[in-house]
Design a protein around this ligand. Structure first.
Ligand SMILES: [Zn+2]
Length: 352
């Protein structure tokens, strides 16, 4: 048993600590009290001198301090979701910003706005635009669907007058830089120009003598857009063949076509699609219809009594073009039918 007695000068006991445990408790208590006091003081000093901030870094680059991590992250999340304008398709931020909690001097500069601006700048923004295609080739990009539709409508109205039309489509597209056209008339003109050119070239092919015609693949493709090859048909429905292609029996005359005989006024039909290049009197042929087809082919229909077409008419296979007659050098009602390739006749029966 340890006893600690403290007495005054007269030997009177003034303090006695008779318990070891009591002594330790007392010391610990005092130390703790001192520590709490010191801590509070330190806390007070920190609170007065420092404040909590976040240090932000992006891609290894220190961007400085911000006051509110919550606000910044909310702003970033919103921006990634919606961008900052209506035509934003999507926003991509490759890396995540990193935050480090710190106490910094109370007067330290926080740059919430600048840090947000910096991170926005690091985002890849894809804008939603509308692309107008003509025959699957992009013509222009515009900001709204309404504008794209207006271009398509106007172009379709303008190309009504052409035989070969472009197929116009609209599709959504995304791009980082908004490079859209705002000139509707210009876009329409861009669509119409090639349509006009192609139609002019096709007309030229049809109207040029077969022997002088060189048909480019582009034009041929356009003319045969259904991948339809030429299939000539006999130009009358009921007939008797009275003369075939080749040398006549007398051996001095060559018959350049085939004669189909029927009654006067029997309808004569176009053997293939084409353009009428002749509907007039041609000497021995009498009233002759000539049709120019693609690829340098021509068909002749001779000795008609009456025409049902005019020069320049575009005809489809099977269209009525004339009525049978016996005009020109003819011994009875029939149609003299020829097919020519690059100006040269050949036996129509080879391709019928
Ligand atoms: Zn004949």
């Amino acid at each position: 048993m340890l006893e600690l007695k403290i007495m005054n000068s007269k030997g009177v006991e003034i303090l006695k600590i008779s318990n070891k445990a009591k002594l330790i408790t007392s010391i610990v208590g005092k130390v703790l009290t001192a520590m709490i006091l010191a801590g509070s003081l330190l806390g007070a000093i920190i609170f007065l001198e420092y404040r909590p901030v976040y240090e932000v870094s992006y891609g290894g680059e220190n961007l400085g301090y911000i006051g509110s991590k919550k606000n910044l992250q909310k702003n970033i999340d919103n921006y990634l979701k919606y961008g900052d304008s209506e035509n934003v398709g999507y926003v991509i931020l490759k890396e995540k910003p990193e935050y480090t909690f710190k106490f910094a001097k109370k007067d330290v500069e926080t740059k919430d706005e600048q840090v947000y601006a910096y991170i926005k700048d690091k985002c890849d923004v894809y804008y939603k635009v509308y692309a107008v295609q003509s025959n699957d080739e992009e013509v222009c990009r515009v900001e709204t669907l309404a504008m794209a539709q207006e271009i398509v409508d106007k172009a379709n109205e303008e190309q009504k007058k052409f035989t070969k039309k472009a197929t116009l489509t609209i599709s959504e597209a995304y791009e980082k830089e908004v490079e859209t056209s705002t000139d509707i008339e210009l876009a329409v003109a861009d669509i119409i120009a090639p349509v006009k050119k192609l139609n002019a070239e096709i007309t030229k092919v049809y109207n040029t003598p077969a022997a002088a015609t060189v048909v480019s693949k582009e034009i041929l493709d356009a003319m045969r857009e259904d991948n339809r090859e030429l299939h000539f048909s006999i130009p009358v429905q009921t007939y008797v063949i009275t003369s075939r292609y080749g040398w006549r029996r007398n051996g001095t005359e060559f018959h350049t076509g085939i004669d189909y005989a029927a009654a006067i006024g029997t309808p004569i039909y176009a053997s293939e699609d084409g353009i009428v290049t002749c509907a007039q009197w041609k000497g021995n042929y009498g009233y002759l219809v000539k049709i120019q087809h693609t690829g340098g082919f021509e068909t002749y229909y001779a000795h008609n009594s009456r025409f049902a077409v005019n020069v320049g008419d575009e005809v489809k296979k099977g269209d009525l073009i004339a009525y049978m007659g016996s005009t020109g050098r003819s011994t009875g009602p029939h149609v003299h039918f020829e097919i020519r390739y690059n100006g040269s006749h050949f036996n129509p029966e080879d391709v019928l």
